[in-house]
Design a protein around this ligand. Structure first.
Ligand code: LLP
Length: 431
């Protein structure tokens, strides 16, 4: 079921016609559906209802405060990887007891904030980080709850750039080193080792890599327990994929059954860190056609969204479905076009040779499944203000992040005295 469906030939976000939002907000813009967030969170939570699991939404997928609060209101915790994400989670009311802090390189300031806010656990990825955290905790007279992130050396079968659980990747601690480091953690007075964490990659559409990784974890737990450690909590990471095109990812229920089969017998508390699976399909990027240009070999549909708004196609050659907001008649002929943005790079392309019904200047298009790793990866490259974000709920919608004003973008730069024109304020680059 899609939250972005045609009604009377016009694409709607829940109950709201997309052209109405476009009229109001301008294009391009991200549009998220509350109902979609809710349904996907519920599906995930229901799948794990029989297990002692905390679902810590991975904020990196979409950290808009309104999105995070929508999920938090349903009971989600948070997986954060920076001070900024931790503060976002706390700002919308995620209880500290449901926040885990992941990431391969946390600063002292970030570790200190994790301790001061009393979050559930820090997922530690190196001996150096473990020692630093222990010292910070001792100085504060507390113990840091720590899970060691294991690199299980499994092939996730996903894009190279989002594979994280293989030997030779910067993430986690190699399996052979985990028992030694766990024992070391147990001796540090600032550390309370609570368990293990693992995350092998993202957009995984097959259960096999998860099975292999979880089996490695189960083996390690047995080994650690035999050595006398109480391993009580396992953080299984995120990574469950969605269908951008013809993929057939496992459902949350199938994924949960696997967890139950492989990890359930260990009787540990569980943490899950889904990102994309909760928000990816709950958002689209709406864009307007600026021009259609015919080359000798191809037709270019030039739109007003670009790689600075949605980087995934340029960075990972990612496929995103593209639809017309005004539904084309069923009998409309389609022809292959390249859908491209205005940025001065050949990589600024959303689709190559994509079959679309005829479109012309002014038509609205949506780029589907853009709720995850869309707005959060946006930049102002080419001095383009990144697309604003809109959240829909039933018949209502609200701008949840406005389009930055170009003057504000310019105002972020400072002019040194030796370049300032007479009377020009230092804080305003070009007035
Ligand atoms: N936990 C950890 C430790 C992670 O590194 C990630 C994602 C997640 C959870 C959430 O994974 P998910 O459930 O969303 O797959 N920008 C890329 C994806 C990068 C994922 C990074 N880590 C993309 O657009 O495909």
């Amino acid at each position: 079921m899609s939250d972005f469906a045609y009604r009377d030939g016009q694409l709607h976000a829940e109950e709201v016609p997309i052209p109405r939002i476009a009229e109001d907000v301008g294009t391009p813009f991200y549009c998220y559906a509350s109902a979609g967030l809710k349904r996907r969170y519920r599906a995930f939570a229901d799948a794990f209802a029989g297990l002692p699991a905390t679902i810590c939404y991975a904020l990196k997928a979409n950290s808009n405060l309104a999105v995070v609060r929508t999920l938090a209101t349903l009971g989600a915790g948070a997986d954060v990887v920076s001070e900024g994400e931790l503060r976002r989670a706390l700002a919308v009311g995620v209880p500290a007891a449901k926040i885990v802090f992941s990431g391969v390189g946390k600063t002292e300031g970030e570790l200190a904030l994790a301790l001061e806010t009393g979050i559930l656990q820090v997922n530690v990825e190196s001996e150096s980080e473990l020692e630093a955290l222990s010292n910070l905790a001792r100085a504060r007279g507390v113990k840091a709850r720590v899970a060691l992130r294991v690199n299980p050396d499994v092939e996730a079968g996903t894009h190279e750039k989002i594979t994280t659980g293989r030997k030779g990747s910067k993430f986690g601690i190699e399996v052979e080193r985990v028992p030694g480091l766990y024992a070391r953690a147990a001796t540090l007075s600032g550390i309370e080792p609570v368990g293990l964490a693992v995350h092998i990659g993202s957009q995984i559409t097959d259960l096999a890599p998860f099975r292999a990784a979880f089996a490695r974890i189960a083996g390690l737990v047995a080994e650690l327990r035999a050595a006398g450690h109480a391993v009580r909590r396992l953080d299984l990471g995120g990574g469950l994929g969605i269908a951008y095109g013809r993929e057939t990812p496992p459902s949350p229920a199938e994924y949960a059954s696997l967890v139950e089969a492989v990890i359930g017998p260990l009787e540990a508390e569980l943490v899950l860190e889904p990102g994309r699976a909760l928000v990816g399909d709950a958002g689209v990027l709406v864009t307007r056609v600026l021009h259609v240009k015919d080359g000798s070999t191809r037709r270019y549909v030039i739109v007003d969204a670009a790689m600075n708004d949605l980087l995934r196609p340029a960075l990972y050659d990612a496929y995103h479905a593209i639809r017309l907001v005004q539904e084309a008649p069923a009998e409309a002929a389609t022809a292959p076009v390249d859908v491209v943005g205005p940025v001065c790079e050949s990589g600024d392309s959303f689709a190559v040779g994509r079959r679309l019904p005829p479109v012309g200047s002014g038509d609205l298009l949506v780029i589907d499944s853009a709720g995850a790793y869309g707005a959060v990866m946006a930049s102002s490259y080419n001095s383009r203000p990144p697309a604003p974000e809109v959240l829909v709920k039933g018949t209502e919608y609200a701008v949840v992040r406005p389009r930055p004003d170009i003057d504000d973008l310019l105002g972020q730069d400072l002019m040194p005295d030796w370049l300032a024109a007479p009377g020009e304020t230092r804080s305003r680059g070009a007035a």
